[in-house]
Design a protein around this ligand. Structure first.
Ligand code: FAD
Ligand code: NAP
Length: 339
């Protein structure tokens, strides 16, 4: 038996909000064998098993009466290479940003816009992580998951993942699929995506006229560093709400009243509203009650100034949701996974 199971463990170091709840049991999985052992242990003791990666998309609102299994498997390998592209496989426990940096250092492009996102490779397909106009689905090849119901391995192709905006089949079948490793199709010849937000402008300001993927990554790291709180300094889980996609007529009604509305047309004719703008307009930016607050520079991010509980953060989120619904008629959906 290689799996080390500890009891009554604080999960504070294992969630980026820094919420101090306890797990009845806690273990780290370094291999597929560890994962199977944990599943067998949980079944034998009639316990739930909760899988976590970096804990950067979690809001823990109570002690977890389960075996919490942190994915810590490591390994990155090229499984296929031709003159223009490579398929790279990474184990679920690989930290995301160092993986991105390693690919760039090897001359492989495609992940640069997803730089500096916390968390693990295994969690990236869960909500089809996205930033600056690129989503995991754009570079996804396939993944291997363990069916927790049958114990069988299953390969998922791009179509089978049903990726959507911060969404996938895995988010809907919670607790069924345990992602073991993910494969990405990367390219030696870069097609850069610079049209989003301030990326192109930042490169121009730096006098970079022929950017490489590494330049883009550095620019995005710099932009993110200026706006987003570092979880090591101030607890947070990134954007707390998804940007709502609403009918064009509703967006127009809001714009009639608030001409500064930030909204982007979607291919289906609907409009994606910047949730951060709505929250800021409603006066929540920089709000703080106890140790739960709304970040002073980015109102889409809820923060824990120290000892906020998960329930305090959840209550704040619910107050914001109710206020935005009342003021703008817009439903804000929470992004982090609630436990
Ligand atoms: P966790 O939080 O540990 O888990 C998230 C969910 O996935 C849980 O339900 C968990 O059970 C499940 N899960 C984890 N690993 C596995 C696995 N191997 N198999 C099955 N289920 C699993 N997200 C973006 O999309 N774009 C961003 O730009 C972005 N920026 C962020 C910035 C900051 C400062 C922070 C704190 C967060 C940000 N996020 C962003 C959110 C978060 O980093 C991502 O969603 C990330 O992919 C979560 O990875 P994780 O390993 O921390 O997952
Ligand atoms: P921003 O640049 O201030 O823009 C605000 C929102 O408008 C973004 O969330 C983005 O939506 C949307 N947007 C901006 N330019 C757009 C364009 N050209 N076309 C369509 N939509 C556009 O956003 P930010 O908060 O600083 O974040 C920058 C990027 O990092 C965004 O992509 C954001 O999603 C990502 N991010 C995500 C998290 C997270 O936890 N999920 C945390 C931090 C940053 P989208 O969100 O749909 O891209």
């Amino acid at each position: 038996m290689s799996l080390q199971i500890q009891s009554d463990v604080s999960l504070k170091p294992y969630n980026t909000f820094g919420v101090d709840v306890r797990a009845r049991l806690f273990a780290q999985a370094h291999t597929d064998g560890d994962v199977r052992e944990a599943l067998a242990y949980a079944a034998q003791h009639q316990l739930q098993l909760m899988v976590v990666g970096g804990g950067s998309n979690l809001l823990l609102t109570h002690d977890i009466d389960a075996l919490v299994l942190r994915m810590a498997s490591r390994g990155i390998r090229i499984t296929h290479e031709d003159c223009g592209t490579a398929v790279v496989e990474a184990e679920a426990g690989e930290p995301w940003h160092p993986f991105v940096q390693q690919m760039l250092a090897r001359g492989l492009a495609g992940l640069e816009n997803l730089s500096l996102i916390p968390g693990t490779v295994g969690a990236a397909p869960m909500q089809n992580i996205g930033a600056y106009g690129v989503e995991v689905k754009d570079v996804f090849h396939s993944l291997t998951a363990l069916d927790r119901q049958t114990g069988e391995l299953r390969e998922f192709s791009l179509d089978e993942c049903a990726f959507g905006y911060r969404d996938s089949v895995f988010k809907h079948q919670t607790g069924r699929w345990l992602i073991l490793r993910v494969r990405f199709k990367l390219s030696f010849a870069a097609t850069l995506h610079l049209e989003y937000g301030p990326v192109r402008q930042r490169l121009q300001e730096q006098g970079i006229t022929e950017p490489t993927p590494m330049h883009v990554s550095r620019a995005i790291c710099a932009i993110r560093g200026e706006k987003l709180p570092d979880p090591a300094v101030l607890g947070n889980a990134g954007s707390f709400f998804k940007n709502p996609v609403v009918p064009a007529a509703l967006a127009q009604r809001i714009r009639d009243l608030h001409p500064g509305l930030v909204a982007y047309a979607q291919p289906d004719g609907q409009m994606k509203l910047a949730a951060g703008w709505l929250i800021e307009q409603a006066g929540w930016k920089g709000f703080r009650e106890g140790d739960a607050g709304v970040h002073a520079l980015q109102s889409l991010v809820l923060v824990n100034y120290g000892s906020a509980s998960g329930l305090e953060l959840l209550n704040l989120a619910r107050r914001i949701q109710a206020d935005i619904l009342e003021r703008f008629g817009v439903v804000l959906e929470m992004e982090p996974n609630l436990y």
